[in-house]
Design a protein around this ligand. Structure first.
Ligand code: PAF
Length: 276
């Protein structure tokens, strides 16, 4: 596996390489990332892993400063999973002097994460559009934990006629249910234990829907009650259409319960599909 820092080198590497698969990441790899790299390896001729802690999608300086970084470990893991190229550009390669263009996806990017993290999805959409332009992948692999990110990227891909297929892989969870996240390493042991309630809350919501609950507010209240047992108040618990992220009042078809909550200083997100 080669580590590449500049756009010219990545362009030269992908030229004529056959089916190129791109795995966009901000590093600090866990099994979720590795499942994406392995899926790309299975399906593509050339696998490019993008590793860039994108400053423009962080709306809190402390979150950016504390974001875990370990390129050496990430490079080793990416190579073990069969990546061909680790594309880890410096900030000035991605945002050169005078950079002035932003991709804004309206509507779908304004709710939930978008409402609680102003500017976040502008940062995501812009950097994803840029990496698609730099690497020209046939397929790009995303994880379902960031369900709204997936919906925003799909909207952008459709609206801008981007010649890339978006593949989404399931959330990878720890044995106790906690969704894998690079931010989990920042939880102390007590917070780590309490964080498992996010998954239990979502599972309780799903069970309520399976048992006949059709009122979205009531289903969300089931989740909130579970979180309260661990003294956690969610930033939001929303029942939405999985494609448009439009809020639902009634659950008459497959839906997504999405939530964000702070456990100590660490903001975590999770989601679960529910079906009547
Ligand atoms: O999901 C992530 O890690 C990031 O949001 C992404 C897609 C790599 C853009 O920086």
């Amino acid at each position: 596996m080669r580590i590449v820092r500049d756009v010219a080198a990545v362009r030269a590497a992908v030229a004529g390489a056959g089916r190129v698969g791109l795995v966009p990441t901000m590093g600090a790899f866990h099994e979720g990332h590795l499942s994406l790299i392995r899926a790309a390896r299975q399906a593509c001729d050339l696998v490019v892993v993008w590793l860039f802690v994108n400053p423009t999608q962080f709306n809190e300086a402390a979150d950016l400063a504390g974001y875990p970084r370990d390129e050496e470990r990430d490079a080793r893991l990416a190579a073990e999973c069969g990546a061909d190229i680790l594309f880890a550009p410096p900030v000035e390669e991605v945002y050169p002097d005078g950079f002035a263009t932003t991709v804004t996806v309206s509507g779908i990017a304004d709710v939930l994460e978008g409402a609680h993290r102003p500017g976040h999805f502008d940062g995501v959409a812009t950097v994803v559009a840029k990496m698609f332009a730099m690497v020209a992948p046939e397929v790009a692999y995303f994880g379902a934990k960031d369900a709204q990110q997936v919906a925003v990227v799909r909207r952008m891909e459709t609206d801008l006629n981007l010649p890339v297929r978006i593949e989404v892989l399931p959330i990878v969870r720890e044995p106790d249910g906690l969704a894998m996240s690079s931010r989990n390493v920042r939880l102390d042991p007590d917070q780590r234990r309490r964080a498992t309630v996010l998954h239990r809350g979502l599972a309780a919501g799903r069970a309520a829907v399976a048992a006949g609950e059709r009122d979205a507010g009531a289903a969300a209240a089931v989740v909130a009650r579970e979180l309260a047992r661990a003294s956690i108040t969610a930033e939001y618990i929303a029942v939405v259409d999985p494609d448009t992220f439009a809020p639902l009042e009634r659950i008459e078809r497959p839906a997504l319960i999405a939530l964000a909550a702070r456990v100590g200083p660490v903001r975590l997100i999770d989601n679960m599909e529910v079906a009547p």
